[in-house]
Design a protein around this ligand. Structure first.
Ligand code: PHE
Length: 452
């Protein structure tokens, strides 16, 4: 057993780790993306594939990330190097950490733009501007926001600053403090909104939409989206969970802890769907409305319902909190790397990285206005970054992490950290060596070579 600790600090308890990792996992992925991709992919069958991906691929890979981080107690690049070294493997595996940092930077750049939309919506819900608006008016309001780079820049900048301030304050004073206050608040808000959705009279329709398994609607592309989303929503494949794992105490059981995080993340996504779809159905709106579901359909719905101003505001506060704690975790692995590798002060590292991601964010927010002509493979910058990170880079990072944990790291080191019973360890090991990488490879193959 080693009793090393990270120079960045350690979580005060196992529960703080669970809440911090859940804070990372629960984000725009759960409340904005999950409901709209479920809507676009026909509901139930998509939810089932997503759940299978979480259980069979996501959870085992999360265990691998946590144990790699905790064993080395360093940032992902150095953690991978140390473990490769210890197991007499090639140090080139640390490339996974490099690719992960790149994914984090690219995700942040569109994430904070959406985070900015959310802050804007907190304001307009609070001031009652959206009360009683029609679908056309709400669509025009959202369209107007996207066409207004100055307003977008303002909110994107505020969101970036909020994130940088917390990361700069450090693991304990920054991330842990925000976690302690914001995560309980998030759960309470979500339950309040679920209760509210139950009063709409359309709860059953929302439930059926999510849990009626119609496989005819399922395509390879939706399977890919479900798999990609399981990485995105659990913050896997880019080193975030590895970095958070490096601040975890040795006493805590990784298996139980990771199961709890996966279950909480899934629960929040499902409850968010059950809070949103009934409101959509009660107001005869289209569940397949795409990314605008949250920013167009929901405000219209809230605007017509009793206490809509209050609950609408609470809803966007909830989304804002979720986005904030995730954005923090997108920066942490790179900041830890810059501090440990180049001996930078945390403040300097965070501000430097903050400026880079803020600048990239401007290219993303420009996708809707002054840079709308810039496209990659037919997608604007915003959609392109969302697509390559969630659907390609994170799954690829995930495959590599599982191959590394399964084939390179010596079983005895893995078991030393994981402390699983023999049978469960075998299952986990098979998942790392075969199941997870093959599942991801098949889906990626069909992405590149579509069936029809
Ligand atoms: N899991 C976050 C979400 O669902 C996004 C995220 C991805 C955060 C990768 C960190 C790392 O919104």
């Amino acid at each position: 057993m080693n009793n090393k600790t990270s120079i960045q600090g350690s979580w005060a308890s196992r529960w703080i780790f669970i809440l911090a990792a859940t804070g990372s996992a629960v984000g725009l992925g759960n409340i904005w993306k999950f409901p709209y991709i479920t809507g676009e992919n026909g509901g139930g069958a998509f939810v089932l594939v997503y759940l299978a991906c979480i259980l069979l691929v996501g959870i085992p890979i999360m265990m691998a990330e946590v144990f790699i981080g905790r064993r080395a107690r360093k940032n992902p690049i150095n953690a991978l190097t140390d473990l490769a070294d210890e197991s007499a493997g090639s140090k080139s595996w640390s490339i996974i950490g490099l690719m992960g940092m790149l994914s984090g930077v690219l995700i942040f750049s569109f994430y904070s733009v959406v985070g900015g939309w959310v802050l804007h919506y907190i304001k307009i819900m609070l001031t009652g501007e959206m009360l009683g608006v029609t679908s056309e008016q709400a669509g025009a309001a959202f369209g107007g926001l996207l066409e207004d780079p100055t307003t977008l820049l303002l909110w994107h900048t505020l969101f970036s600053i909020m994130t940088v301030v917390v990361v700069a304050a450090g693991v304990n004073k920054g991330i842990e403090t925000v976690t302690r206050i914001m995560m309980p608040a998030l759960f309470v808000l979500l339950l309040i909104l679920l209760g509210y959705a139950m009063t709409t009279g359309s709860f059953g329709d929302g439930w059926n939409f999510m849990f009626h398994f119609d496989f005819s609607a399922l395509t390879w592309n939706s399977a890919l989206i479900a798999l990609g989303h399981s990485f995105f929503t659990l913050s896997l494949g880019m080193g975030t969970i590895m970095a958070y794992g490096s601040y975890m105490t040795k006493k805590a059981s990784i298996g139980k802890t990771v199961l709890t995080i996966g279950a909480l993340d899934t629960l929040v996504a499902l409850v968010a769907g059950l809070a949103i779809f009934p409101i959509i159905f009660a107001n005869n709106m289209d569940p397949g409305a795409g990314p605008g579901l949250m920013f167009i359909s929901l405000p219209v719905a809230f605007g017509q319902m009793p206490f809509g101003q209050l609950f609408g505001t609470l809803f966007f506060v909830l989304v804002g909190v979720a986005a904030w704690t995730s954005a923090i975790s997108l920066l942490e692995p790179t900041v830890a790397f810059l501090v440990e590798k180049f001996k930078l002060k945390r403040l300097t590292a965070t501000i430097g990285l903050g400026i880079v991601v803020w600048g990239l964010g401007i290219a993303c927010l420009g996708s809707f206005n002054f840079l709308s002509d810039v496209t990659f493979f037919g997608k604007n910058t915003f959609d392109f970054l969302d697509y390559i990170t969630a659907n390609i880079m994170l799954p690829l990072g995930g495959i590599l992490i599982s191959l590394f944990a399964g084939w390179v790291v010596k079983d005895k080191f893995a078991q030393d950290e994981l402390q699983l019973s023999d049978g469960i360890f075998k299952l986990w090991n098979i998942s790392m060596k075969f199941t997870a990488p093959i599942a991801v490879a098949i889906v990626l193959y069909f992405l590149i070579n579509p069936l029809s």
